[in-house]
Ligand binder design. Structure first.
Ligand code: NAP
Length: 302
């Protein structure tokens, strides 16, 4: 019998890019109590504890985060409360209830010096406030003793929410030419793929027939699309694919520029590619390349 044991899932951040997709992919695993920012503020420790006490979950899935990388430079206390402190409170509550916790981390915990895919064991050295706060959240969960899955991802996009794909499609309508940074290398990752892989990993942990538990596989896993590109390469592929499919009336001319020509409040690393070896070895999952994921995502717009 391969039916997963039914869970009582507390899903936080239900209206974010990944959270919205998780509402669908987690549904076969159990009953979901899903919260958005107005109804559960992760900056409010008392509210977190009250909602966990009310829901009494067997699994907490935290897809919420303070994700405005540039604003975090000037709102570091708020970013730390949401990204650094709240995950620790959630994990503490999970541990107390005998529940598990799923959480998401970022390639921005690395400084980009390495030049070959980062593994889960590589030392972090964030270059910006957002990366520092996310790393604090990872450590808080790891130190909690609660069974956990932390999925470290990058460059998240989809047909919903604030992301590079949607910004570019808007700019195609407004501008003749768009300058895009071509010296930051990473892996654009479709929100839906993240949610689907999350559910598959949990399905394995909750299926009695697999003989594994969440405790057995507890840890940090890189979860991004395979392959790598620059923001310019990603933009070029979006332009090529959307014009080939006639998804937009016109595309803009794209101009590659160095990061120095597009100064932003938060420093970005030049290299944030993550290795999938651990995910493949543990769950037997092969992650599709970023351009195939983009194709699948754009097919949802047709
Ligand atoms: N986006 C990326 O490129 C990227 C890259 C690497 C890792 N990640 C990580 O992946 C996870 C999912 O990211 P995403 O792209 O789905 O993020 P997203 O689309 O920005 O969604 C984040 C959600 O968190 C909510 N939120 C913000 N502050 C909150 C608070 N104080 N209390 C409760 N909810 C709050 C937001 O609600 P409001 O909008 O109403 O504030 C939003 O619904 C996050 O852990 C993120 O750090 C993202």
């Amino acid at each position: 019998m391969n039916t997963p044991t039914r869970q009582k899932i507390l899903l936080i951040g239900k209206d974010g890019q990944v959270g919205w997709q998780l509402r669908r992919t987690l549904a076969p695993l159990g009953d979901i109590a899903a919260f958005d920012h107005p109804h559960l503020d992760l900056a409010d420790a008392d509210q977190i504890r009250a909602i966990v006490a009310e829901v009494r979950p067997t699994l907490i899935v935290n897809a919420a985060a303070y994700t405005d990388v540039d604003k975090a430079e000037t709102e570091s206390d708020k970013a730390m409360a949401v990204n650094g402190t709240a995950p620790g409170i959630l994990a503490e509550e999970a541990k107390r209830l005998g529940a598990g916790i799923v959480h998401y981390s970022t390639d921005y915990v690395f400084d980009g010096v390495k030049q070959s895919p980062y593994t889960e064991e590589d030392e972090a050295n964030p270059l910006n406030v957002y990366g520092k706060t996310k790393l604090a959240g990872d450590h808080a969960i790891q130190d909690s003793g609660a069974p956990h899955l932390i999925f470290r991802t990058s460059w998240v996009y989809g047909i919903r929410g604030h992301n590079f794909l949607r910004t570019l499609l808007r700019l195609f309508a407004e501008r003749e030419e768009i300058s895009i940074v071509d010296d930051q290398i990473g892996a654009p990752t479709w929100s839906r793929m993240i949610a689907e892989v999350t559910a598959q990993c949990l399905g394995q942990a909750f299926s009695p027939s697999t003989g594994i538990t969440l405790q057995d596989i507890s840890g940090l896993y890189n979860l991004t699309a395979a392959g790598e590109t620059s923001w310019y390469g990603f933009a070029q592929s979006i332009a090529d694919q959307t014009s080939a499919k006639h998804l937009v009336p016109k595309v803009s001319r794209l101009k590659p520029i160095p990061s120095e020509d597009y100064p932003l409040p938060a420093t970005r690393s030049k290299y944030g590619v993550l290795s999938h070896q651990k995910l493949n070895n543990t769950f037997g999952l092969i992650i599709p390349p970023w351009d195939e994921q983009l194709q699948l995502c754009l097919a949802c717009m047709e």
